[in-house]
Design a protein around this ligand. Structure first.
Ligand SMILES: [Zn+2]
Length: 121
């Protein structure tokens, strides 16, 4: 387990839990477990059992981008695919999801030290 992951995992869990709970209360999502992981490539995923996984580095993102990631995974609880219906669902919650997705892609191209700058690193 990396030092950086260990140092920020619980803060990430608290942040994600709070956002998932609030969004689920407002939009009526039913989810299973929430796990925080140190994944290489993905920001989040959703299993067919309704369990949600998030990359701990989500806590270093601007709130608007973290929210897009969380809403994206929550919408998979209803549409387990990337169909037009799925994106319509995302759009009903985040009308500017396309801009946020683009911003996230731009951010991913930055060096890690810019993104996750921290003293513990
Ligand atoms: Zn997806």
């Amino acid at each position: 387990m990396s030092k950086h992951y260990r140092a920020h995992k619980e803060r990430a869990r608290g942040y994600v839990k709070e956002r998932v709970e609030t969004l689920s209360a407002v939009y009526g999502f039913q989810y299973g477990r929430i796990a925080i992981r140190n994944t290489k490539r993905s920001w989040g995923s959703c299993s067919e059992l309704g369990n949600l996984n998030f990359n701990y580095k989500i806590v270093f993102l601007p709130d608007s981008l973290a929210e897009y990631i969380i809403v994206h995974e929550l919408c998979h609880l209803r549409e387990f695919n990337h169909s037009t219906r799925f994106w319509k669902h995302v759009e009903s919650i985040i009308p500017d999801w396309k801009e946020r997705r683009r911003a996230l892609k731009r951010l991913e191209r930055l060096p890690a030290r810019v993104l996750y700058c921290s003293k513990e690193n």
